[in-house]
Design a binder for this molecule. Sequence first.
Ligand code: NAP
Length: 267
Amino acid sequence: MTTLCGVVGWPVAHSRSPAMHNAAYAALGMDWNYLALPVEPDLFAETVRALPGSGYRGINVTVPHKVAALALADEASAAAREIGASNSLRFDADGWIVAENTDAGGFIDALGEQPAGRTALVLGAGGAARAIVYALREAGAAEVRVWNRTPERARELAADLGVSVVESPGAADILVNSTTVGLDRALPAADAIEALGLADLDPPPIVVDLLYGEGDSPVCAWARRGGAQVFDGLEMLVGQGARSFEDWTGREAPIDVMRAAARGVSR
Ligand code: NAP
């Protein structure tokens, strides 16, 4: 029987994960299949509990289910517990559900060794920001600062993860946009930069935007104009996907194949 994996979200049709994982299975000659599973929040827990019995080995979990995924798991990694969310569930043979957070490691894979000893400024205090702050801290960043439009959320995140809060964005070695600003491409780029408090700042040497899509996001364009080294969210998507792949299959992920599939390039 074909072994199944998938990504559960609401909505999920836009996801590049099926192309990325199915390309990896094909490259390694595996009889596995990865599906996009749209599941509304009220049905999340009962649907996920039924998946192991239907041939599923694991799932990625995306908006809005990452907190619920951690809650239903029987066991969770230290990263998933401290971040408070899981984007990757593994179904063991005995029906045990293990929660992992591969967003954090995927982000570091995308950046390489760069955070160690450097200061980082994270914009945002949602689920993605929690994974980024945890990842930067674990990777040995000298200091991690959080800025968020709603300051109480930044304070709560910072207290949970032992980092600091800033009232407005300022200088750092690495800047990460983990807000949704820029997702709405109808918003003029200048307004997006203004909303993030970046209009009067020079970009730091390294800038990451978790968003990805056609062309540069407003933050990537701002950073590139200022000569920064720029990473978009696609490399993090590939990194988290590769880590989930390895957790479920026990095999080394064919990362170049996954990257090409995620970028929509045929190889
Ligand atoms: P979320 O929990 O909804 O958080 C959204 C964040 O954006 C909050 O901090 C919110 O601030 C801020 N925000 C929204 N509108 C804003 C505005 N007009 N001005 C300033 N700040 C604003 O979302 P999330 O799950 O953390 O995801 C954030 C982004 O990361 C999404 O675009 C997601 O697609 C992306 N992501 C990418 C990857 C990847 O692999 N590349 C993985 C995970 C997430 P308030 O608290 O003030 O509302």
